[in-house]
Write a protein that binds this ligand. Structure first.
Ligand SMILES: NC(=O)c1ccc[n+]([C@@H]2O[C@H](COP(=O)([O-])OP(=O)(O)OC[C@H]3O[C@@H](n4cnc5c(N)ncnc54)[C@H](OP(=O)(O)O)[C@@H]3O)[C@@H](O)[C@H]2O)c1
Length: 252
C-alpha cells in the first residue's frame, strides 16, 4: 500500500501502533487517540505520524477530527476502527452501578464509535478511488469468554453490523474489511494467562498480507479454528474457551 491517506483510532499502542509502523514509510497515517501522554510517546517514536486528539465516544470530537482531515487531506483512503476496551465481567460480585457503567463504556467504544466514525467519514471515503473501512473486532465475536462476556457481546454486535455495512457500502464501491484477532500480545491481553499470545508485529503483518490479497473477513491465528468449532460444536467450544474452575464465581 502506497501514497494513501490512512486514519486509525487507538494507534498509539498495541495492534494500532504495530500497523502504523508498517504503513508509515509509504503512506500518510493519522492516528486518533485521547491520552496526551500516549500521543506524545507516539509522536516521539514516529514523528511522521499525524496525530489528532479525540475520544472516540465523543460525537463532537469525532466531527472536529473529520473536519480537520477534510481540510488537510480532502479524503480518506482507509479508515481503521481499532480503538477498543475490555472490561472484566463478574455479574455476581460487581455492584449494579459499576457493572452498568462498565458495559456502557465497552458498548460506546467497541460498538457505537466505529459506526459513528464510519458514518462521519463516509463523504471523505467517497473521495477516494479505492476506499476501505476496517473494523477490528475479535475472535470472541464467535463465542463469548465468561470473564469478558460483555466485551464479547460488543464484538459480536459490531461483527453483525460489519456484515451489513459491507452489503450496504458495496454499491458505493467501499470495501469493508473485518479483522478478528486471536489473543495478541498487547496491554489489553496482559492479564490473560494460560493462553498462547500472538506477537503483535506478526499480527500486523498477517493483517496487511490478507489486506493486499483482497480478503475481507480475516480470521487470524486461533480465531480460524474458533470460528469453525463454534459453528459445528458450540457447546464444546464454549467449554473449551471457559474451562470450569473448581469453585464457580457464585461460590467464591
Ligand atoms: N490484544 C488482543 O488480544 C485482542 C484480541 C482481539 C481483539 N482485540 C482488539 O484489537 C483492538 C486493539 O487493541 P489492543 O490489543 O491493541 O489493545 P490496546 O493496546 O489497549 O489498544 C487499544 C487502544 O484503544 C484506545 N482507546 C480506548 N478507548 C478509547 C477512546 N474512548 N478514545 C480513543 N482511543 C481509545 C486505547 O487508548 P487509551 O489508553 O486512551 O484507552 C488504546 O490505545 C481493540 O479493538 C481490541 O478489542 C485485541
Amino acid at each position: 500500500m502506497k501514497n494513501k491517506i490512512i486514519v486509525i483510532t487507538g494507534g498509539a499502542t498495541g495492534i494500532g501502533l504495530a500497523i502504523i509502523k508498517k504503513l508509515i514509510n509509504d503512506n500518510t497515517v493519522i492516528s486518533i487517540d485521547r491520552n496526551p501522554a500516549k500521543i506524545a510517546a507516539l509522536k516521539a517514536a514516529l514523528p511522521k505520524v499525524e496525530s489528532l486528539k479525540a475520544d472516540v465516544t465523543s460525537n463532537e470530537e469525532l466531527s472536529n477530527v473529520i473536519a480537520s482531515i477534510e481540510k488537510s487531506h480532502g479524503k480518506i483512503d482507509m479508515l481503521i476502527n481499532n480503538a477498543g476496551k475490555g472490561e472484566v465481567f463478574d455479574f455476581v460480585k460487581t455492584p449494579e452501578k459499576e457493572l452498568m457503567k462498565r458495559i456502557e463504556t465497552e458498548m460506546s467504544i467497541n460498538y457505537f464509535a466505529p459506526i459513528l466514525l464510519t458514518k462521519k467519514a463516509l463523504p471523505l471515503l467517497q473521495k477516494s478511488t479505492e476506499p476501505i473501512v476496517v473494523i477490528v473486532s475479535s475472535g470472541l465475536a464467535y463465542m463469548p469468554s465468561n470473564t469478558g462476556a460483555t466485551y464479547s457481546a460488543t464484538k459480536s454486535a459490531i461483527h453483525f453490523v460489519t456484515m451489513c455495512l459491507r452489503h450496504q457500502l458495496a454499491p458505493l464501491k467501499i470495501r469493508v474489511v473485518e479483522v478478528l484477532p486471536p489473543v495478541v500480545e498487547t496491554d489489553m491481553s496482559k492479564d490473560i494467562t494460560g493462553l498462547k499470545k500472538m506477537p503483535v508485529d506478526k499480527f500486523a503483518q498477517l493483517f496487511l498480507d490478507k489486506l493486499s490479497k483482497g480478503e475481507n473477513i480475516m480470521n487470524i491465528g486461533q480465531t480460524a479454528a474458533l470460528e469453525k468449532f463454534s459453528r459445528f460444536f458450540p457447546k464444546a467450544a464454549f467449554k473449551m474457551l471457559n474451562p470450569r474452575r473448581k469453585k464457580s464465581i457464585a461460590q467464591n
